[in-house]
Design a protein around this ligand. Structure first.
Ligand SMILES: [Cu+2]
Length: 335
């Protein structure tokens, strides 16, 4: 009788211990993570978590092309812009190399850090007809955050992210003449920014999907007297494994960026639209097409991913360069 009682108590304790229940759940999540679509399209950040003690390294190369100008939803010609400004941007290329690390502190908490290196190039046209190239490169704003599992069902989960973006990116970049470069050419916000996101994701045997709302909230003003606009974004994706190692994805992304607050006194607002804070912020809707490739034979192996996003709707405040497309190439490996 004593043995039966002890056994019954042990069983009840076992069933009531969260760790016991977790093992069952994380087993199914880890199985899903080992699918090519176990990670979201590569352009999505903070979409997944890791089991306790797992470590992931990642590298992303992102390129964004901007060519031509837009005011609101309408195209502007350089000549129209030169009616009000001394100079106009013609095009801009941004290359970002982003190095990331993720570590599973527990099965419910993953910590993450991202270190970007930026390389920007802008071509300008002066009223007098001369063209010039401005370049800026260097470290961007380093981001550190914690991901927390908030809820887990059989095939779906909800996770939250809270973090901080550090003002490590240079905001004093100058051109060849020694003059301060315009706002879009600077490498960081110059302020400590709070970052937060909420991600819901789910899967069946044939499909996976997710939705994420994210924000970057600026705090205070930077040393040059301004604050970049807050960013609010929402994205939803649908992915399907087409073989054991390859998945395809489609995604929609909406982004609202607020206007710059304050101004950098080293910039002359009437020089160029990009040097005037009224020409900042806006609403964009992009469509994304992606491929995830999980190297064969290793459940925790190398991942290679590609995603292209193209704008479907661009409503820019004032006159700004318009985004034409962005490409993200990524490598991820879990140890
Ligand atoms: Cu990861």
């Amino acid at each position: 009788m004593k043995h039966v009682l002890t056994g019954a108590v042990a069983l009840m304790l076992g069933a009531a211990t969260p760790a016991f229940a977790d093992d069952i759940h994380s087993e199914s999540y880890n199985t899903f993570l080992a699918r090519p679509d176990g990670h979201a399209p590569i352009g999505v950040m903070a979409d997944h978590m890791h089991g306790k003690g797992d470590f992931m390294l990642s590298y992303r190369y992102m390129r964004m092309e901007m060519d031509g100008l837009r005011a609101g939803t309408h195209t502007q010609t350089p000549q129209q812009v030169l009616g009000s400004y001394m100079m106009t941007p013609l095009d801009m290329h941004t290359n970002m190399h982003m190095f990331g690390g993720m570590y599973g502190l527990t099965d419910k908490v993953t910590v993450m850090a991202m270190v970007p290196y930026l390389d920007k190039k802008m071509e300008t046209l002066h009223r007098n007809g001369t063209r010039a190239k401005q370049t800026a490169d260097g470290l961007g704003d380093i981001k550190a955050s914690a991901l927390m599992e908030l809820w887990e069902g059989d095939n779906a989960r909800l996770q939250g992210q809270l973090g901080l973006s550090l003002p490590t990116g240079d905001i004093d970049k100058t051109g060849t003449t020694g003059a301060r470069l315009a706002y879009p050419m600077q490498l960081g916000s110059g302020t400590y920014d709070a970052i937060a996101s909420l991600t819901y994701s789910g899967h069946t045997a044939d499909w996976s999907w997710g939705a994420q709302g994210a924000t970057t909230l600026r705090t205070g003003d930077n040393d040059n007297g301004y604050r970049l606009g807050n960013i609010y974004s929402a994205t939803g994706w649908l992915a399907r494994p087409v073989t054991e190692n390859v998945s395809l994805s489609g995604r929609l992304l909406g982004t609202y960026t607020g206007q710059i607050n304050g101004r950098d006194s080293a910039l002359t607002p009437m020089m160029m639209p990009a040097a005037n804070t009224i020409n900042s912020g806006g609403t964009m809707v992009d469509a994304g097409f992606g491929v995830n490739f999980l190297m064969p034979a290793t459940a925790k192996g190398h991942r290679l991913s590609l995603e292209v996003t193209v704008p479907m709707y661009r409503n820019l405040q004032g006159t700004q360069l318009e985004k034409d497309y962005a490409v993200t190439l990524g490598w991820q490996k879990t140890f």
